[in-house]
Design a protein around this ligand. Structure first.
Ligand code: COA
Length: 274
């Protein structure tokens, strides 16, 4: 496994095991590259993203976060890893800390979403300043069904974006929003009908931001953050408590068992077909 800091330079950008970085003028494209698990965020990917954020903080640039594979954004935190995390790890707030760092990027950030943005994936999108999404994207916070909470910003960034009423519905019932619904709710800034044009449109959007004064953008970001009602300390403590609960273990094990059964079924069908 390539570890953080172990990124190789490629065509003026860089590539590690799970994250690629491509700089194009004033825009830096950060590509999430774990397609076999729908870009589920594990510790390795969080480490690599943290390293990218550390590296890009010196030179003005608009970040565009996207999947390197079409049809997905991020299907949440890695449930197999979450199952193993106990309260000790919970108190480190792996995703919450990463998303705070993302939110603190000195210049605006844009999530380019094409597919499921669920759990930590929705929180990752929310930690960006702006969201551009293809029409087939969907957004949700299914954490409560897994016995945990949306502790990496979902509890407060979601209500900031869509209002308390809809945030409650999404969190309490696991309701997923389609892209048009998310746009209507204010979660998506720009919806792109043709998913093939998503990155192009995100680039245009980023370029329109990059035309502003870098210094004024930076200071405006600071001003907007002054009003944020962060509950991060509470979220991390509550999550640590839930990480040790038997119910979380049961619910996540049930999810993983179901996935394993589906995988076995797929492999059996493939063998029969060949
Ligand atoms: N953590 C770990 N692995 C995940 C994952 C997650 N959050 N989300 C998806 N994956 C894996 C699946 O297990 C599968 O891997 P496998 O074939 O090795 O078992 C692979 O990604 C593809 O997922 P699959 O479910 O087969 O694709 P799908 O198109 O049928 O469904 C989702 C996509 C996103 C709807 C579905 O995977 C899902 O519900 N994921 C969990 C979402 C979630 O609850 N996130 C919050 C976590 S806190």
């Amino acid at each position: 496994m390539v570890t953080s800091g172990d990124m190789s330079e490629v065509d003026g950008g860089s590539r590690s095991a799970l994250v690629s970085v491509r700089k194009q003028g004033p825009i830096t494209f950060v590509g999430l590259d774990r397609p076999d698990k729908m870009n589920a965020l594990d510790q390795a990917m969080c480490d690599e993203l943290s390293e990218v954020l550390r590296r890009v903080r010196h030179e003005p640039s608009i970040l565009v976060l996207h999947s390197t594979t079409p049809g997905m954004f991020v299907a949440g935190a890695d449930i197999a890893e979450l199952l193993e995390r106990d309260s000790e790890v919970g108190l480190r707030g792996v995703n919450a800390t990463l998303f705070e760092a993302l939110e603190s990027h000195r210049w605006p950030t844009i999530a380019a979403i094409d597919g499921p943005a669920l759990g930590g994936g929705c929180e990752l999108a929310l930690a960006c300043d702006l969201r551009v999404a293809s029409a087939r994207s969907r957004f949700g916070q299914p954490e409560l069904g897994l016995g945990i909470l949306a502790g990496a910003g979902g509890n407060w960034r979601l209500s900031q974006a869509v209002g308390l009423t809809l945030a409650r519905r999404m969190l309490y019932t696991g309701t997923t929003l389609t892209a048009p619904e998310a746009q209507q709710a204010g979660l998506v800034d720009l919806m792109v009908q043709d998913e093939n044009l998503l990155l192009e449109q995100a680039e245009d959007y980023a370029a329109s931001v990059a035309r502003q004064s870098w210094r004024a953008l930076e200071l405006t970001k600071v001003a907007l953050r002054l009003h944020r009602p962060a509950t991060t300390l509470y979220d991390m403590t509550a999550q640590a408590l839930l990480f040790d609960s038997p119910e979380k273990k049961e619910r996540m094990t049930a999810f993983l068992d179901k996935q394993a059964r589906r995988r076995a079924e797929r492999e059996r069908t493939t063998e029969e077909d060949s």
